[in-house]
Design a protein around this ligand. Structure first.
Ligand SMILES: CC(C)(COP(=O)(O)OP(=O)(O)OC[C@H]1O[C@@H](n2cnc3c(N)ncnc32)[C@H](O)[C@@H]1OP(=O)(O)O)[C@@H](O)C(=O)NCCC(=O)NCCS
Length: 186
């Protein structure tokens, strides 16, 4: 039987092992990883799936800022991911269940602006749409075409030209993430 729980501190090592298997050793080169350096995951929003005692699925969130390159303002948002299911447990609906729970909990915690980098073919079923034609890039100027945003609330509030930046220089935002609160706009 598959069960779903909020991620606990003692799950961290197992989650990392699962991510190694699901994404391979190059995962740290992804544009999203620089947003996670020195910033804790929003654990109160993050879920794990277990098959008996084995951890077989994970979905996490990180706080981010979206910087408006025209107005110079910064707004807070959350980045969904990574999402991963153990290879031998894929295609049984675990990914879908993690996504539904993750989005529902994020919404009920007051987060309306939810973004992710991923395949539209998979994530559109959970209400995610391309950020394009708004041109918003991940760190390194990457992933504008794979940046998706959860609808319906979010898209109109995004900048026409923007970039996703880490909250890490903002000690208050990092502390807020650790405490499970919304980071404030800078
Ligand atoms: C993506 C992932 C989390 C889905 O988990 P899952 O438990 O298999 O998901 P579900 O059972 O809910 O859905 C499976 C369906 O999604 C499809 N799917 C999986 N990845 C997809 C993708 N990248 N694009 C389009 N469809 C995808 C499967 O083909 C399957 O389709 P089917 O129902 O028609 O057979 C899992 O495949 C995984 O961990 N992949 C490796 C890590 C990864 O790529 N994570 C996502 C980062 S963008």
């Amino acid at each position: 039987m598959i069960t779903y729980d909020q991620e606990r501190p003692f799950d961290s090592a197992l989650v990392e092992t699962l991510l190694d298997v699901a994404f391979g050793p190059d995962r740290f080169a992804k544009s999203s990883y620089s947003l996670r350096e020195n910033v804790p995951a929003l654990r109160h929003l993050s879920w794990v799936a277990r098959a008996d005692d084995r951890l077989v699925g994970t979905v996490r969130f990180w706080p981010i800022y979206i910087q408006d390159m025209i107005l110079g303002t910064k707004e807070s948002a959350i980045l969904l991911g990574p999402l991963a299911v153990a290879p031998d447990m894929q295609k049984y609906g675990i990914g879908a269940e993690l996504m539904k729970r993750a989005v529902a909990r994020a919404n009920s915690a007051g987060h309306q602006r939810i973004l992710l980098v991923g395949d539209h073919d998979y994530y559109s079923r959970f209400g995610f749409e391309h950020v394009l034609p708004r041109y918003i890039t991940m760190p390194g100027g990457k992933d504008a075409r794979r940046l998706l945003v959860r609808q319906p609330a979010t898209l109109p509030s995004l900048p026409a030209v923007g970039k996703i930046v880490s909250v890490a220089p903002d000690a208050d935002a990092v502390e807020a993430a650790r405490a499970g609160a919304l980071p404030t706009a800078a």
